[in-house]
Design a protein. Structure first.
Lengths: 109, 109
DNA sequence: CATTAGCATCACTATATAGCAATATAGTGT
DNA sequence: ACACTATATTGCTATATAGTGATGCTAATG
């Protein structure tokens, strides 16, 4: 949008990216990778997600370029490939924050 | 994220917002409202969405505070309630653009 | 009051996907 | 070659939701 044209194909691509972030489990993974890369096992114990489930989420995030993988021996280390996700989350959190604030104003003006 | 804590509840709220944008039809609606408010019928002919379907999408966008409604007689006019959506879309489009560019570089270095 | 127009809602079907258990694959050490 | 470990993949079930047609609701009009 803005300088971009929103043809049907682009709409689908954009929606796909948002869909990747539309899942608490994946947001949790992204947050876990905020400060350092982690192996799948580490992510598992940090997020509490099952191994197969976690692996699928990581595939999705990887296919869309949100995370990068680095394999060393048996381990696969995942890291953030694009820190702009945090910009996205910030904007959304600001919105939620703002809504909560104005709701509070309604209740206790 | 960032200055926000990502408890389970917040994760769900954030994911909910992204989910609202994870649908081409709703992105199309938001894009249609970029320059001016529109009635449901106008949105229908602009987007090609069925009336019932369109109405449901508008409820979702309205419940989450993305659009505002204004009723005059028989008509309900919808407008954007928060133009920060475009910031979100811009960031995502930039990402897609960047991926396309680097893919091209790989094929024809 | 009856009719019509614009929108919302309901009931339903079809599709997508999160989560889980089981199995497969690949690297490591014995 | 064998056993073990870390991930990936597959097959499945359960749930969510996009789309559609029918129906409901409300406001304008005759």
């Amino acid at each position: 949008m803005g300088r971009y044209e929103l043809t049907g194909e682009v709409l689908e691509l954009v929606a796909q990216r948002f869909r990747a972030l539309a899942e608490p489990a994946r947001l949790q993974i992204i947050d876990a990778l905020r400060n350092r890369e982690m192996t799948v096992t580490e992510l598992g114990s940090k997020t509490g997600l099952g191994q197969a489930n976690l692996s699928k989420h990581l595939q999705i995030l990887h296919n869309l370029g949100f995370v990068a993988r680095r394999k060393t021996g048996l381990f696969v280390h995942y890291s953030l490939a694009d820190r702009r996700v945090f910009q996205l989350c910030e904007i959304v959190c600001d919105r939620i924050d703002g809504e909560a604030t104005s709701r509070r104003r309604l209740l206790a003006p």
